[in-house]
Design a protein around this ligand. Structure first.
Ligand SMILES: [Ca+2]
Ligand SMILES: [Ca+2]
Length: 127
């Protein structure tokens, strides 16, 4: 159902990019592969993405497609880069988002948190 290296879940295909890039570079890479940084719409999808980021014994953190246009310390101002609805009140970390940075990642503890957009992480594409 999915191309080589992509993993299937719930009607979508997911690719973990095991290289460290900024969120913008990560989204460009997904776009080149006909996808976007992952959008998350359920606990099941959240758990699946967290599970594919466990590689060997290491639980990686990764960019997902969470972005924000203004007042990024307000959870209600975040949206998915792929344009899908913000219909899942995902697991923001305690006190997150906490600053103006419009880039958020899935942390190894399975919570979302915003961070300096030039930080580099693995990433997850979804199509
Ligand atoms: Ca998705
Ligand atoms: Ca933060």
């Amino acid at each position: 159902m999915c191309d080589d290296d992509w993993k299937f879940f719930g009607g979508s295909c997911y690719l973990v990019r095991k290289e460290y890039f900024s969120q913008a570079d990560a989204q460009d890479y997904c776009d080149m592969h006909g996808s976007n940084l992952a959008s998350i719409h359920s606990d099941g999808e959240q758990e699946f993405i967290h599970s594919i980021l466990k590689i060997g014994v290491e639980q990686h953190q990764a960019w997902i497609g969470l972005t924000c246009d203004s007042d990024c310390d307000e959870r209600s101002n975040w949206r998915w880069m792929d344009g899908s609805p913000m219909d899942y009140n995902g697991p923001w970390g305690v006190g997150e988002p906490d600053d103006p940075e419009p880039c958020a990642r899935l942390r190894s503890d399975n919570t979302w948190a915003n961070v300096d957009c030039s930080s580099v992480y693995y990433s997850v594409c979804d199509k």
